[in-house]
Design a protein around this ligand. Structure first.
Ligand code: FPP
Length: 230
């Protein structure tokens, strides 16, 4: 099977999953964290080079404070439970997004996981946290303008623009998956998704399992990717 090098996932539907079972929305996020572990381990075992997960968007701050606080406690829950296993599996943790506005504890935990796994050579597990694509593109333009003004660069190409994005150095995204039936991009990786295959799955994120990923990979394999050519 052709394994995509870089898969990105919008992990949607935690809240609805919980509500459907008469539970609090946060229970859905808790279950979602467990699923991050199992899908990351599985993707690594399949030979995926990079898995980017949308964990918190720049728009998610608009949620009730209790839910925002809960979401910001998830890095601690996740890395306390699974950092050891990520090390054993040689998985490297990275992140994209504006790390400066993340509460201290979550930021420290992320930076610690990034540092501890930095020499690992297996799959890159890349979390999008406090990430918004328009924010990223604007920041990239500002960084380019600064370099241009300083005389460090005299032109900009599609290639060199990539280097100003938070995803600099990561392979192009081959496949984007969004769970829970919504068919939107929601300000995720707008520039990077130009030629990606998009797959929308009906399951909520906590129900998206290995079989669901297998089904996505099968579908991916059947789609013909011509990048605008014939
Ligand atoms: C969308 O579901 C999901 C989120 C906003 C959070 C996703 C985060 C995780 C699964 C865990 C992240 C893990 C780490 C380590 C940071 P929703 O709440 O929008 O669901 P709904 O559409 O049903 O309301």
């Amino acid at each position: 099977m052709a394994i995509p090098k870089h898969i990105a996932i919008i992990m949607d539907g935690n809240g609805r999953w919980a509500k459907a079972q008469g539970k609090k929305r946060t229970e859905g996020h808790k279950e979602g964290v467990k699923n991050v572990r199992s899908i990351a381990i599985y993707a690594n075992s399949l030979g995926v080079k990079c898995l980017t997960l949308y964990a918190f968007s720049t728009e998610n701050w608009k949620r009730p404070i209790e839910e925002v606080d809960y979401l910001m406690s998830l890095p601690k829950v996740f890395f306390h439970a699974y950092l050891k296993e990520l090390m054993e599996k040689n998985i490297k943790v990275t992140m994209i997004g504006d790390i400066n506005r993340i509460p201290d504890e979550a930021r420290k935990i992320f930076l610690d996981a990034i540092a501890k796994t930095s020499k690992n050579t297996g799959m890159i597990l890349n979390f999008a946290l406090n990430y918004g694509s328009r924010d990223e593109i604007v920041k990239a333009c500002m960084a380019f303008a600064k370099d241009y003004k300083a005389g460090l660069v005299d032109t900009l190409t599609e290639e060199s623009f990539n280097d100003y994005l938070m995803t600099a150095g990561l392979p192009d995204i081959d496949l984007l998956i969004r769970t829970s039936g919504e068919e939107r991009i929601s300000n995720f990786l707008l520039y990077q998704l130009a030629y990606s295959e998009l797959i929308f799955r009906p399951e909520a994120w906590p129900d998206f399992n290995k079989q669901s990923l297998d089904a996505c990979l099968e579908e991916f394999e059947h789609r013909s990717r011509r990048f605008g050519g014939l």
